[in-house]
Write a protein that binds this ligand. Sequence first.
Ligand code: NAD
Ligand code: NA
Length: 374
Amino acid sequence: MINQINYIKSKKAIDGGPVKVLVIGASTGFGLASRITSAFGSDASTVGVYFEKPPAPGKPASAGWYNTAAFEKQAHEAGLYAKSINGDAFSDEIKEKTIALIKKDLGQVDLVIYSLASPRRNHPKTGVAHNSVIKPIGEVFTNKTVDFHTGVVSEISINPATDEEIANTVEVMGGEDWGMWIDEMKAANILANGVVTVAYSYIGPALTEKVYRKGTIGRAKDHLEATAFEISDKLKDIDGKALISVNKALVTQASSAIPVIPLYISLLYKVMKEEGIHEGCIEQIQRLFEQRLYTDTTIPVDEKGRIRIDDLEMRPDVQAKVQALWAEADTDSLASIGDLAGYRSDFMNLFGFEVPEVTYGTDVNEMVEVSGLV
Ligand code: NAD
Ligand code: NA
């Protein structure tokens, strides 16, 4: 957290950057990095929505809760507005609460980041609980995977999803909820003229295609990406636009749950670190803001209208090296040909361990006081 803030402070301010920002999915991963970049790179006021367990007697809170408390403390010390709402972003109630807070405190926002990753969504209109699955479509997928806790590489076979599972995954991770947020915010007149909204997507290599981009989650990403065009149409009258940013594969709570991906990431990290082009969430988002979103020129996009900050991951020489390592990867070789140590340390950091600045035994009540949670 502090490392991420310091990284942003070490960069020059983002010229013409955002002023008032809503981040949906703000407590970890790319969403937290987006909030930090907005606040400390552009002095932006930020509202963050997230879903985390607060501390209970004798029980610590979940990591994203502490991230948010620490972020707010730093932001407030820097004289920046920062408030957060902890609750289910898919619900009408949390949307209403967030809109009311923005209306009261900020008036309007000029940037809305949509960075939710969730295995489940309770649909606010139908009441149906949808669960997402990570499965291939059409045929069984068999490939190598690693249990990164033990380092054991094995073969995994995943049965194809049913049509119902595909539809449920699109309900959870597709674009409907993003569209609802923007519709409701627009109706409440809290979107500034020229507003930009960005949602995060992933593509990845041929190696993971059958389980990711051409699987259930890929269908959801297809839907999310199509939703960007629909939202842009609806925002035309206020000169607004919706964009997709395709980000790099990184260790987050979301990605560590996907089979095959951790093995890919451990090889990718090794190659990218050797090339000196490795980035974490904060480096990715800093580059998104400075070199894509807030420049004097038109935003560069691919043939499908998407911003690409996965450009370094997808470089042909990087992918060729990863593919060669993939062929060799087994339990014995992985420790030397892959960056399992880097994977594990990033994974531990997600939960607040191995982070030098944390004082263990910090009084939880003190954290509650500084957090200013709404
Ligand atoms: P993450 O798990 O680190 O963050 C998810 C955030 O969503 C957290 O702040 C969490 O509190 C919040 N959240 C989840 N359910 C919620 C709910 N019901 N209500 C409110 N908040 C909720 O995940 P991440 O990896 O940063 O993923 C964010 C986005 O980036 C996703 O769309 C993901 O597909 C995309 N992405 C991830 C990667 C990767 O490798 N990790 C790569 C490219 C794109
Ligand atoms: Na996030």
